[in-house]
Design a binder for this molecule. Structure first.
Ligand code: ADP
Length: 305
């Protein structure tokens, strides 16, 4: 079984729908109220587990009901939760999301315990990393922790994937340590300084990132698929465009799927085609973790000879 370690954030998303968003100082009466598990790390871990990966998740939650609920949720998907530690002082991460009738939203995130995921927790988890093939990270944890995890995973010979989200400029030495980087258009532009408005723009941005030393750039392009630049492959891997009803966590599902396919030993272009198919399904359904497909929903395409 493919073994994947995800290192990152776990949040609870609290969503209130109302006619209009409250202005500063205003109270509006909301309608529906939803509470969903979220956080990029958690979404990617669950997506990988739903697709058949053997997943361990390294994260930190608070000593509260949200943290306990999150651990139960991961365990339900068969995720190894032995390295989800509990911070005695900080609360679990929460995102307060308000959505109006037009679909416009206002979001405030309190990272809480996610900001306390430190180098020592990653050190404790090194045996789990050693037993994995692929390590998948994002940028919702302290940069020092992410950097340590990348360096130590690389030192253990693991395939390291960084999803550089949320968007943030990164030093070149950081990028040089990676096997795969998976920015979306906005993130690619911030990292490379090249606007990504077309496939040509994607190629140029990918070339800048590749020159920083990463082995493969996988630049996601929404309904167009993903542009891949590596020594072995160079070009767009298109996706069958889907009628999107909710694009929340499309990138997270894509990254979880990419980790599964690479851990199974697929070549980058085949792994990206698999991730595209998973991402395309996720946008046709509501929610973050709920929208990620199970493996049986992703039959292998027929090979036409
Ligand atoms: P993010 O959600 O991080 O901004 P993208 O919008 O690039 O990332 O989407 C990630 C991946 O999800 C795409 O590369 C593609 O595989 C899939 N995807 C997103 N939107 C669609 C769509 N409308 N049709 C098909 N696939 C989609």
């Amino acid at each position: 079984m493919s073994k994947i370690v995800v290192i990152g954030s776990s949040n609870t998303d609290i969503v209130i729908k109302s006619r209009s968003l409250p202005k500063p100082g205003e109270t509006v009466l909301g309608e529906d109220y939803l509470m969903n598990p979220g956080g990029k790390g958690a979404n990617q871990a669950v997506a990988a587990a739903k697709l058949g990966g053997s997943v361990a998740f390294i994260a930190k939650v608070g000593d509260d009901d949200f943290g306990r609920g999150a651990r139960q949720n991961f365990a339900r998907f068969g995720i190894d939760v032995s390295h989800i530690s509990i911070d005695p002082d900080k609360p679990s991460g929460v995102a307060a999301i308000m959505v109006d009738d037009a679909g416009e939203n206002s979001i405030s995130v309190a990272p809480g315990a996610n900001n306390a995921l430190g180098v020592s927790e990653v050190k404790d988890a090194l045996p789990v990393i050693e037993a994995a093939n692929v390590v998948l990270l994002q940028l919702e944890s302290p940069l020092e922790t992410v950097e340590f995890a990348i360096r130590s995973s690389r030192g253990l010979g693991k395939t390291v994937i960084l999803n550089p989200a949320p968007a943030c400029a990164l030093p070149g030495e950081f990028i040089a340590q990676l096997d795969v980087i998976t920015p979306n258009e906005t993130e690619a532009e911030i990292l490379s300084g090249i606007p990504v408005k077309s496939i040509e723009g994607a190629r140029k941005a990918a070339e800048v990132l590749k020159a920083m030393g990463v082995r493969a750039v996988v630049l996601t392009l929404g309904a167009r698929g993903a542009f891949v630049l590596s020594d072995a492959f160079d070009g767009l891997i298109p996706v069958e465009p889907a009628d999107a009803i909710d694009t929340t966590a499309a990138g997270d599902t894509f990254n979880g799927a990419l980790a599964v396919a690479l851990a199974e030993g697929r070549a980058i272009e085949h792994a990206v085609a698999f991730a595209n198919r998973a991402g395309a399904i996720s946008v046709t359904r509501m929610g973050a973790q709920a929208s990620a497909p199970f493996r049986e929903e992703l039959p292998e395409p027929e090979i036409k000879i």
